[in-house]
Design a protein around this ligand. Sequence first.
Ligand code: NDP
Length: 290
Amino acid sequence: MGFLQGKKDAMITIKDRYAVLGQPIQHSKSPRIHQLFAAQTGQLLTYEAREVSAEQFITMVTAFFMEEGRGLNCTVPLKELAWRYADENTERANLSKAVNTLTLREDGAIVGDNTDGCGLVADLMVNHGIKLAGSRILILGAGGASRGIIAPLFEQAPQSLVIANRTIDKAVNLATEFGDKGNVTGCGFAALAHQHYDLILNATSASLSDQLPPLPDGLIAEQGICYDLAYGNQPTPFVRWGLAHGAVKSLDGLGMLVEQAAEAFFIWRGVRPDTQAVIELLNAERSASC
Ligand code: NDP
């Protein structure tokens, strides 16, 4: 009896459960990325995508953790709700007032973190060899993503940071909020005329609707680089704009997506996956799909 029970137990493989919540979510590459990380590192886990509206958020998250789910990623439009939901938040989550990673801690507390900023910085510096120290950086957009990347960018000692947004007040307020981190100003797009930047980050959601913020010509400095936080199977309008206006590199946010996922995976599993291999695979898959 004891022997048989032991054998039966050994045959049951319990996999820890993770998921990404958002709306819309069907396009999400996160399940694929986390499954690749799990296979690569030999971790036993499941990771699924669930369509969850802001109204459903609290009920769904509470049920997930009650049923012993271990961790969640949250994306549009849930990041601020996740920040409010967590029992505790990390310092970087509190600075961004947005959470993309929720973790069930051993003592039952739900801890919120934001891995978007370090994901972006890792992609820029490690994957693309872009120097941020001393650079003039322009961030387009003043939403949740911008809020999450400002402090991690300042940790790399850029010369200056300008935030430009369609709703000017939001850019000005964000700059004021982060004023103690370094040289940062906020403005509208029209005020960018005659300025030059070494790095232009598109953190608007304009690319998602195939649009481009109204940008003046001559914005990209010599050897300047453009980077769209959005990504797609085809180059985004901003990536195309960068190439057409003389950027030496014009990149999209697929690498950031993989890097922020790797940081979440590390928080949950204590293991760092090889992001380069996953980025190469996803890039090959999207080239094949074009
Ligand atoms: P939010 O909804 O919080 O903010 C959207 C921002 O885009 C606002 O500043 C808004 O301006 C601006 N905007 C929207 N449409 C236009 C337009 N047509 N022209 C000019 N400005 C516009 O979104 P998030 O900050 O959460 O996300 C922004 C982008 O970052 C998205 O594309 C998202 O996919 C991407 N992202 C990528 C990640 C990755 O891992 N690669 C991680 C996180 C985000 P206004 O204030 O005037 O409304």
